[in-house]
Design a protein around this ligand. Sequence first.
Ligand code: PGA
Length: 251
Amino acid sequence: MKIKFIPAKDAVEAGRLGADIFTQTMEENPACVFGLATGSTPLSLYSELVLRYSQGKLDFSLVRTVNLDEYIGLPADHPQSYHQFMYDHLFSKINIHPRNTHLPNGMADDLESACWEYEKMIESMGGIDLQLLGIGLNGHIGFNEPSDYFPKYTHVVDLTESTREANKRFFTDIREVPTQAITMGIGTIMSARKILLLCTGQKKAEILHEAMFGKVRPQVPASILQFHPKVIVIGDEEALSVIRRDHPDFL
Ligand code: PGA
């Protein structure tokens, strides 16, 4: 099936359109499983979900969530951990039950077992109904960095310099950016029943085009999404600019 592109004017509108897809998923199943993402891109979507909740339009009491990834070595209450990010931007502002929210444990003594337990937990929840994704400047999804193969399951990954460089804005110094993370695998992500890729800003325009229309290859991890039966891409004008130039019939 063809990837569905939904153009948005800007990041705020992209967030609203993304929230519509979350809302629809919750209407279909109030106990749905959302796969969630961190980073700058999902912030407008999370703000919109919080707004709709505060207006009494959404009820998260039965919703369950699993996050894509977490740094290794940052405790859950570290200001830059993804546990803290999710708490600050979403979980503390809606009526989701903490026991229904899940992120990989980057502090586990046995990281390999933690990865496998995470994978099993997702399976025991019945899988992911809607997986939210951003895309890295190098084409990563979750922390699945460019590689010579597509990792199937949740695993430990060495972060590339490009990713650490992109994320250093959240830390005082690049030396503080962790060098490893736990991430859902490409297989874990591809098992989600529906995928929503949000992409905003001019600097993502080339990689988004390459991922959606280039050759499917592990050097561009997001390119695998071309093989998923239900992918929706919401992009703002800037992020979709190269696709609009080269494949206008898709927009
Ligand atoms: P960003 O990160 O939303 O902060 O650009 C996306 C990603 O790296 O997956």
